[in-house]
Ligand binder design. Structure first.
Ligand SMILES: CC(C)(COP(=O)(O)OP(=O)(O)OC[C@H]1O[C@@H](n2cnc3c(N)ncnc32)[C@H](O)[C@@H]1OP(=O)(O)O)[C@@H](O)C(=O)NCCC(=O)NCCS
Length: 165
């Protein structure tokens, strides 16, 4: 794949070639190939893609959306400190790396980019917490390695308070 330095992360555009992307999870591949563009156009999600600088082949992608997070799913020690209504959040709905590039730091780079963009957005729109939906137990372990905590009612949904970043 070459060094991570040669990679760029930018919004999904028409020139990007999505067809060859394969992360090993058919649902994620299908979403990226068939749905991601529409979600962008309808302002349902922003989709960011990682490519080699100047190339169109996708190495990884993630989606970011605003979300309202129900307090009842936070662990008691976290919920106690919050107002008694849903808190504003940002959601990484999907994040995946092409099979040819997994285990080389691209997932870490995508996550860091999502954190950076969420922090930047939170200067203008308050974001209390970043939430992520892990699609597999392996993906859940990936997020836990970065400090995300699992919700009590939903084992595949994890959160990271922005104040902790
Ligand atoms: C899960 C996924 C997003 C991780 O991206 P990646 O580029 O392979 O991960 P990175 O190389 O950036 O790893 C970053 C860190 O997370 C850890 N990590 C990566 N995958 C992990 C996993 N499955 N379980 C636990 N930790 C994991 C790595 O050890 C690494 O930490 P380190 O640098 O301290 O060693 C990616 O593998 C993917 O898209 N997989 C396909 C979809 C899926 O969920 N598959 C399940 C099998 S992973």
């Amino acid at each position: 794949m070459g060094g991570l330095d040669a990679l760029v992360i930018e919004p999904l555009g028409k020139r990007h070639d999505r067809d060859a992307f394969s992360c090993g999870q058919p649902e994620l591949d299908r979403y990226f190939q068939k749905q991601a563009g529409q979600d962008m156009r309808r302002n349902v999600a922003r989709v960011f893609v990682c490519t080699k600088a100047g190339a169109d082949t996708i190495i990884g992608f993630y989606t970011l959306s605003a979300a309202s997070v129900d307090l009842s799913v936070f662990p008691e020690n976290v919920a106690r400190k919050l107002p008694h209504h849903p808190v504003p959040g940002a959601l990484i709905g999907r994040l995946a790396v092409d099979r040819t590039a997994q285990g080389q730091g691209v997932g870490r780079m995508l996550l860091a980019d999502a954190l950076k963009r969420t922090l930047a957005a939170s200067a203008n729109i308050a974001v209390h917490v970043l939430v992520v939906d892990a699609k597999t137990d392996a993906a859940k372990a990936f997020y836990q390695a970065f400090g995300f905590t699992a919700f009590e009612d939903d084992t595949r949904r994890l959160f990271l308070p922005l104040g902790r970043i």
